[in-house]
Design a protein around this ligand. Sequence first.
Ligand code: FPP
Length: 250
Amino acid sequence: MANIFKQKETTFNPEGYIPKHIAIIMDGNGRWAQKKLLPRIAGHKVGMDTVKKITKSASQLGVKVLTLYAFSTENWKRPNDEVSFLMKLPVEFFDKFVPELIKENVRVNVIGYIDQLPTHTQDAVKRAVEQTKDNTGMILNFALNYGSRAEMITAVQEIVKSGMKPEEVTEEVVSNYLMTGSLPKELQDPELVIRTSGEERLSNFLLWQMAYSELYFTDEYWPDFTQDSLKQAIASFQSRNRRFGGIINK
Ligand code: FPP
C-alpha cells in the first residue's frame, strides 16, 4: 500500500514559485555532535555555519523573509554552559557575518523577548539590526528567546491595554500586534516551514502565523542541511496544491 505520509519526490524548478517567507526550526545540532562523539556545542557551532550558508542561498533564490528559530523561551531549561554558549553565538555570528550580510543587501530583524537576553547578546543583535537597517533585500528574521504562546499573550495584553472594542479585534489587528507585525504585511506569515532532524512537531513556533503554511520535515540534522536540501524543500512546496480552505487549485 502506498505510504500516504511519505514526502513526494520532486524536482526543484528555479523558474517556479519561490516561497516568499520561509521559516526553519533548526533542529538536531546536539544529535549531530553526539553521533560524531563531539560535545553538543560543537553541533551548534557547525549549525551557525549552516545559518550563514542557508541565509546566502535563500537570499540568492529570491526568498523575501527567512525566519530562523535560534532560541526558544523553553531553551533556558538546558544546562547552563550550553545556554551560555548559545548566547555567545549571535555575538560571533553578527560580528563576523554582518559585512557579508551588507554585501548581500540582507536586513536583520529579531522577534522574541530580547530584553531578557544577556547584555552582550542584546548588544550584538541591536548592532546588527542597526547596521543592516537600510538594506532592501531579504529580511533575516531571528527568533531569539521566542515562544508563540507568550507572543500571543503579550499581543492580547497590548490589545486590551489599547482600549479597543471587542468587535474591532480582527485577524489583521492580531497579526499586527504579534512580533511579526513589524514585517511587511504580505510577508508576515511563512508560506513554508521546514523542520530538520526528523522531529515532526511545531515546538511553540509561529503558531498563529503558520495557520496555512506548508510543512516540510526532513531527517537531516541542521548542520548537514545544505543549499540542495533547501531546494528540495522548495521543490516539495512547489508540488503542493494550496487551497486555503477552498477548492480552487493554484
Ligand atoms: C536545536 O538543536 C538547535 C538549537 C536550540 C539552537 C539553534 C542554534 C543554531 C543553529 C545556531 C544559531 C546561530 C545564530 C547565529 C544565533 P538541538 O540542540 O535541540 O539538537 P538535538 O535535538 O539534537 O539535541
